[in-house]
Design a binder for this molecule. Structure first.
Ligand code: ATP
Length: 241
């Protein structure tokens, strides 16, 4: 595997999307600073210089995007477990792929694709982690955020990259072989909202119920007065009730 390392770049995902023809499964890109870090749906991932991780990993799925559905949940499980292995506690996931520490956003995951939906597609798995963010740096973030500065020992960035790359490769291969079913219990263990009252914001609409985890497709399961319903799609946001 290769690691493409940059002091400064527009976005690590952008670099990889521009070089898919030359990349191999497991290649990663790491940068110290992103001038245009990306979030979901055109949002921004604030990416200042300092002790933070901006990381992307390349993977090609021969059968297209249908096979890759639910991958963001897999990546969220991997990331939570890797951070736990570095001593991070009080960490968990909010469907579909936000990582929270002490109920404040610690890390983000952005999966972007090139290629076809129904044949070979290339996925870029982007991960941003706040490691030691100063108040000044975090000013531009429009929601509560956290970092790893309360840890007794701050993870070494290179160690974090190596472990994350290794565990992501292992979990993506498991996902390719067995699908999301293999991650159901791991997701449940990391899910901050499991069994709790939540609201789903779906465009202009809101649905309320009790969170019952995810199904084999990666949809969030909501227990409502009309029974348990599955919700999936990029336009849905989960909130506590
Ligand atoms: P939400 O977190 O509201 O559910 P989302 O999952 O679509 O939205 P992401 O794409 O994961 O969001 O991340 C983008 C959002 O994260 C931004 O709109 C901003 O509120 C927040 N954000 C941006 N940079 C950081 C950062 N370095 N640390 C924590 N949060 C950030």
């Amino acid at each position: 595997d290769r690691c493409f390392y940059f002091d400064e770049i527009t976005s690590t995902n952008g670099f990889m999307l521009g070089h898919t023809a030359e990349l191999k499964n497991g290649d990663v890109c790491v940068a110290e600073y992103q001038s245009a870090g990306r979030g979901r749906r055109g949002r921004t991932w604030l990416s200042p210089y300092g002790h933070h991780l901006y990381f992307s990993l390349f993977w090609s799925f021969p059968q297209g995007m249908t096979q890759a559905m639910g991958l963001s949940l897999v990546v969220a499980c991997t990331l939570v477990e890797v951070l736990k292995s570095f001593g991070v506690e009080n960490i968990g996931v909010k469907w579909p792929n936000d990582i929270y520490l002490d109920h404040k956003k610690l890390a983000g995951i952005l999966i972007e694709m090139s290629g076809q939906v129904d044949s070979e597609c290339q996925l870029i798995i982007g991960v941003g982690i706040n490691m030691a963010m100063s108040e000044e740096q975090g000013k531009g973030i429009d929601q509560p955020w956290s970092d790893l500065s309360a840890l007794a020992t701050m993870p070494n960035k290179t160690d974090l990259v190596i472990v994350l790359q290794k565990q992501l490769k292992r979990d993506i291969q498991l996902f390719e072989r067995e699908g999301l079913g293999a991650f159901k219990m791991r997701w449940q263990a990391a899910d901050l909202f499991y069994g709790r009252e939540i609201r789903l914001l779906i465009g202009e609409n809101t649905v309320e119920g009790v969170c019952r985890g995810v199904d084999e497709q990666g949809a969030v399961l909501l227990e409502t007065a009309e029974g348990t319903r599955a919700f999936i799609g990029g336009e849905i946001s989960l909130r506590a009730r």
